[in-house]
Design a protein around this ligand. Structure first.
Ligand SMILES: CC(C)(COP(=O)(O)OP(=O)(O)OC[C@H]1O[C@@H](n2cnc3c(N)ncnc32)[C@H](O)[C@@H]1OP(=O)(O)O)[C@@H](O)C(=O)NCCC(=O)NCCS
Length: 177
């Protein structure tokens, strides 16, 4: 593991309570998460995948693993904890990828059945923490302009919005880290 991965992996995990018996544990992504990541995106609804990948369809399993688990630690995953058959399933993913210009591109997805329960908000705070730990100055997200939940997350993150532009129905919002 390189020095940066080691730093990002040192961010403490957090837990979001779903109900009396279930939690989602959010932690930095690891290389071993590749198969879980493919299953997660395969289970996501067509609409959530459309919003996540801006209509371009989700990448194939090998490409997903390559893009999001290397370098290890550049992103986050949410893992379900329950006394039941889905214990250990991946239910959320945030990619936090360097743009090579002192910033990070972020993109989130939460399993359809767990959306609207605060997991996205925790991903946002932890993604900002990861970017900060890596010495990055801003995070940028690209979303469909009608994506109210994602815009809500960005505007509610408690950081200065340094730019917000819409072209052809696609919005790009950048926050100061
Ligand atoms: C966007 C997404 C990651 C948000 O995750 P989440 O766990 O649902 O988010 P939260 O529960 O933390 O809620 C985030 C905000 O959206 C609002 N929200 C949640 N669901 C909503 C809905 N269906 N319509 C409008 N607002 C909604 C919440 O009230 C909250 O706003 P607030 O902070 O002002 O209260 C999730 O909806 C998702 O995976 N969507 C599909 C993929 C996607 O759009 N990715 C973004 C591309 S970068």
């Amino acid at each position: 593991m390189n020095a940066i991965a080691s730093q990002t992996r040192s961010i403490p995990r957090r837990q979001e309570r779903i109900d009396r018996d279930r939690w989602v544990s959010i932690r930095p992504i690891e290389r071993a998460d590749g198969p879980g990541l493919s299953d997660f995106y395969a289970r996501l609804s067509t609409e959530s995948r459309r919003r996540r990948f801006l209509g371009s369809g989700s990448p194939r399993a090998a490409a997903l693993t390559r893009a999001f688990t290397e370098p290890e630690g550049d992103g986050l995953v949410g893992i379900l904890e329950e006394h039941g058959p889905n214990d250990g399933a991946m239910v959320a993913h945030a990619s936090v990828q360097s743009d090579g210009q002192g910033g990070a591109e972020v993109a989130f997805a939460v399993a359809d059945e767990f959306q609207g329960r605060g997991i996205g908000g925790t991903l946002m705070q932890m993604a900002l923490e990861q970017a900060q730990t890596r010495g990055l100055r801003r995070v940028t997200a690209t979303l469909f302009a009608d994506n109210a939940p994602m815009r809500g997350l960005l505007r509610g993150a408690g950081r200065e919005i340094v730019s917000d532009e819409i072209h052809a129905g696609v919005e790009e919002i950048a926050l100061a880290v």
